[in-house]
Design a protein around this ligand. Structure first.
Ligand SMILES: [Zn+2]
Ligand SMILES: [Zn+2]
Length: 174
C-alpha cells in the first residue's frame, strides 16, 4: 500500500512545495520568477546528470538501488532515502542561493524550478520505460535504452544535452 502511494505522494508534495514557493515569491518579484525559474530547472537537470553519473553509477549505496532499476526498468522504485533526499538537496540549494543573493523569494523560485524539473524528470523517465508511450518519444526512449545497455553513456534523461557537454553521448550508430 505504502509502496503504491509513495511515488504519487512524492509528486504531490513536490508540486505543492513548488506552488507554495512560487506563491510566496510572485507578489513581490515577478521579474525574479521569470529568471530564477529556468535557472532552477537548468540546475535541476544538471544535478540529474551528475547524480546519475557519479552517485548512481559510482561506489555508493545509491548505486546498489540504481542497479535494481537497470535490472528491472519497468518497475518504479522509490525507497525512503530516494523519497527524502531531494528535499535535503533543495534545502541546501535554498540556503546557498539565499547566501549568494540575500533574496529568500529568489531562492524559493530557484528551488521551485528544481522541484518542477524533478517531478517532470520522474514522470518522463517512467514514460520512457512504459509500453504505451507516444511515438514522438521514441528517440528519447532509444537514447535512454542505450544508457541501460551501455551504462557509461547517456546519463541525461530529461535533458540529453548534458551528455554532449560532458562527452558521454552515445548515438544510435555507436
Ligand atoms: Zn531507466
Ligand atoms: Zn543508470
Amino acid at each position: 500500500m505504502i509502496a503504491r502511494i509513495a511515488s504519487p505522494l512524492h509528486h504531490a508534495v513536490t508540486l505543492a512545495l513548488a506552488a507554495m514557493l512560487l506563491g510566496h515569491a510572485l507578489p513581490q518579484a515577478s521579474a525574479v520568477v521569470l529568471f530564477a525559474l529556468p535557472v532552477g530547472w537548468l540546475v535541476g537537470s544538471f544535478a540529474e546528470y551528475t547524480i546519475h553519473r557519479f552517485l548512481m553509477h559510482g561506489r555508493t549505496p545509491a548505486a546498489r538501488e540504481h542497479a535494481r532499476h537497470h535490472a528491472r526498468p519497468d518497475a518504479e522504485q522509490i525507497d525512503l532515502r530516494s523519497w527524502c533526499a531531494p528535499f535535503f538537496f533543495w534545502a541546501c540549494a535554498w540556503l546557498i542561493v539565499v547566501a549568494v543573493t540575500a533574496s529568500p523569494p529568489a531562492a524559493g523560485v530557484v528551488v521551485a524550478g528544481g522541484c518542477l524539473q524533478y517531478s517532470w524528470f520522474r514522470f518522463f523517465h517512467r514514460v520512457l520505460h512504459a509500453p504505451w508511450r507516444p511515438r514522438w518519444l521514441d528517440g528519447a526512449a532509444a537514447f535512454h535504452a542505450r544508457h541501460h545497455a551501455h551504462p557509461r553513456s547517456n546519463f541525461g534523461v530529461s535533458a540529453r544535452f548534458w551528455d554532449r557537454v560532458f562527452g558521454t553521448w552515445r548515438g544510435s550508430g555507436a
